[in-house]
Design a protein around this ligand. Structure first.
Ligand SMILES: NC(=O)c1ccc[n+]([C@@H]2O[C@H](COP(=O)([O-])OP(=O)(O)OC[C@H]3O[C@@H](n4cnc5c(N)ncnc54)[C@H](O)[C@@H]3O)[C@@H](O)[C@H]2O)c1
Length: 348
């Protein structure tokens, strides 16, 4: 496999699962030093459509055929959540590097196995935490890490939808691992931990609710949550409060908030229906409190470009498998707290 050195031939990428996977095809095509050589989906119509649109040479009906087909060096796995773990293990064992969609797995135990397998086979494993790579998320992280907010003691993460319950495999715990928490909360938690420099979360209190009870295509009621609130404490005593919903009577059809407050300043990112508003930074200037609205010139960073460079430079990708595990441990703890009605302490 030609994957190192500045004159190396392009890294050959494959994509498994072509819903969200279509975006992976585009992102790999846009990454320097990479070409898309194979795609896979059991849905023959979808497979043919994507292959034709992007002129992909090799198509497969199963992940195993793609993985063992000899046409790729890396794969993006964008199949339903319950397939992330088994397909990643097969790919790593076959010597491929893997970008896996979020959530890394149905729970932290499976996610840990994936990270261990990557280490054992000396392959790179990244999680598609694309939200933390946006211009605004990276600017917030820079503000926090450069100490411009002082000591951060409170963060608020929100992702509400009025009516946005997905369908099919998303609605059953067996195939999804959970509802809006594992689907949307995973991004907000990751973006917040990234901004704060990955502090250790030591305890969690959470409550999930299923208030809208959607039914899937076969008429089964969903057995996962459509709403969650949680309160997380970090080792340094800072607090993260979260609210996430797939459905709610919220004032906006869809709203995301990442707000971080320190003793010298606060920064807030709000977006409505995926449209970012300018960042708002509030700080004390002498005896005045000022709020500044910022647009950033940061171009953002592609998970795929970073991943290709991580392979060539033999370093950890920015959105590492470890970060996928970190978030899954917190998500597991929120589900446990909701089930037991107790605070859950996370192991050091
Ligand atoms: N990072 C993000 O912003 C983001 C956004 C949306 C979805 N996702 C993630 O992407 C993954 C897929 O979600 P989606 O919305 O595309 O779901 P989807 O149901 O729309 O698409 C899943 C695709 O996987 C295919 N598939 C089913 N079984 C397969 C198998 N055994 N092997 C290969 N492909 C198989 C299906 O035919 C379908 O085309 C999920 O893990 C989801 O959490 C991430």
């Amino acid at each position: 496999m030609a994957v190192s050195g500045s004159t190396a031939s392009p890294i050959r990428a494959g994509v498994i699962g072509l819903g969200m996977g279509r975006h992976h095809v585009t992102a790999f095509k846009q990454a320097a030093g990479c070409q898309v050589t194979a795609v896979c989906d059991p849905d023959a119509k979808r497979l043919a459509q994507v292959a034709a649109e992007h002129q992909v040479a090799h198509t497969y009906a199963s992940a195993e055929e793609l993985i063992h087909g000899g046409q790729v060096d890396v794969v993006a796995i964008a199949s339903p959540n319950f397939l992330h773990h088994p397909q990643t293990l097969v790919a790593l064992e076959a010597g491929l590097h893997v970008i896996c969609e979020k959530p890394l797995a149905l729970n932290a135990k499976l996610a840990e196995e994936m990270v261990r397998a990557a280490r054992q086979h000396k392959r790179k494993l990244a999680v598609h935490f694309n939200h933390r790579m946006t211009a605004h998320a990276r600017t917030i992280a820079r503000y926090c890490r450069q100490g411009m907010l002082g000591e951060v003691y409170f963060s608020r993460i929100v992702w509400h939808r009025r009516r946005g319950i997905p369908s099919g495999w998303f609605l059953q715990k067996k195939t999804s691992g959970g509802g809006c928490l594992i689907d949307l909360g995973v991004h907000m938690l990751d973006s917040c931990l990234f901004a704060l420099g990955h502090p250790k979360v030591v305890s969690v209190v959470g409550q999930t609710q299923n208030r809208f009870g959607a039914v899937d295509a076969s008429g089964r009621a969903m057995d996962v949550e459509d709403f969650v609130t949680a309160y997380l404490r970090t080792a340094g005593g800072a607090v993260i409060a979260m609210e996430i919903s797939w459905a709610s009577h919220h004032e906006h059809p869809e709203q995301m908030i990442l707000a971080i407050y320190g003793d010298k300043g606060g920064i807030v990112r709000r977006s409505e229906h995926y449209q970012d508003r300018p960042l708002e930074v509030t700080r004390r200037e002498g005896d005045l409190l000022t709020t500044t609205r910022l647009d950033t010139l940061d171009p953002g960073l592609s998970v795929h470009q970073d991943f290709i460079e991580a392979i060539r430079q033999d370093r950890e990708p920015l959105c590492s498998g470890e970060h996928g595990v970190e978030v899954m441990r917190i998500i597991d703890a929120i589900y446990e707290s909701s089930r037991t009605g107790r605070e859950v302490r996370l192991k050091a």
